[in-house]
Write a new protein. Structure first.
Length: 250
């Protein structure tokens, strides 16, 4: 177990890629703090899986767009576990529309969740990592940060912002024992991807050199590596998990 007794926070850890990350982290021995905003049904589903694994975990109901909520719950994690070794900023949302039709609400909801949420969680966690002289921060971005995509100006902008934040923070804390990296998934078989129109999904598939849509485990495996001691010398990197899609574009 490469992460035995490490304490990890995963935002949006009740479903999709986040749930996959949670399951694998506990199997590597980590203790989990799972942040989620809603969807109690999904949380209950992952809870049952974790109980079968005899995992040590806690759920925290947190709106990551609210700095005070994040700050309070990070403190609760510290009070319970005494440390935070790994932060996975995974939570995200979409509100797709063509730019001329995109509302201010569409823009703000996506930016606040996908980018401001990363700032809030990182800002509130980092002081504890600095104090202990170690830590891993893994941000979930997207290959759409590189390309842009029709109807997703808000999402693309937020995910590109994560890349800038990742590199800047990585530079600041590189000499303090903390590694900050980002994972940029391509088309991945999650509930969120199921919302993509069929024609667009088919187009994605045609553009992927490996000829298949990614699976959650493809992303999870990289997150586990970056969270481990094996990744001690990897910092400030943005790594695509996309079956080669970035080689061609779409």
């Amino acid at each position: 177990m490469k992460l035995r007794n490490k304490v990890a926070i995963v935002t949006g850890g009740n479903r999709g890629i986040g749930a996959g990350i949670v399951e694998e982290l506990v199997q590597e021995g980590a203790k989990l703090a799972i942040f989620y905003k809603s969807n109690h049904t999904a949380a209950e589903k992952i809870r049952k899986k974790l109980d079968r694994l005899n995992a040590e975990y806690r759920f925290y109901l947190v709106d990551i767009t609210d700095y005070s909520q994040v700050e309070t719950n990070i403190q609760r994690v510290i009070e319970h576990y005494g440390q935070i070794d790994i932060l996975v900023n995974n939570a995200g949302t979409i509100r797709d529309n063509l730019f001329p039709k995109m509302t201010l609400d569409d823009w703000e909801i996506v930016m606040k969740t996908n980018l401001m949420g990363v700032f809030n969680c990182t800002r509130c966690t980092l002081p504890y990592m600095l104090a202990q002289g170690s830590g891993r921060i893994i941000n979930i971005s997207s290959i759409l940060a590189f390309f842009g995509n029709v109807g997703q100006t808000n999402y693309c902008a937020a995910k590109a912002g994560i890349i800038g934040l990742t590199r800047a923070v990585a530079t600041e804390v590189a000499d303090r024992g903390i590694c900050v990296n980002a994972v940029a998934p391509g088309a991945t078989a999650t509930e969120m991807f199921e919302q993509v129109p069929e024609k667009i999904a088919e187009h994605f598939l045609k553009c992927i050199p490996m000829g298949r849509i990614g699976e959650v485990k493809d992303v999870v495996n990289l997150v586990l590596f970056l969270a481990s001691k094996d990744a001690d010398y990897i910092n400030g990197q943005i790594i695509a998990v996309d079956g080669g899609l970035t080689l061609r574009g779409f």
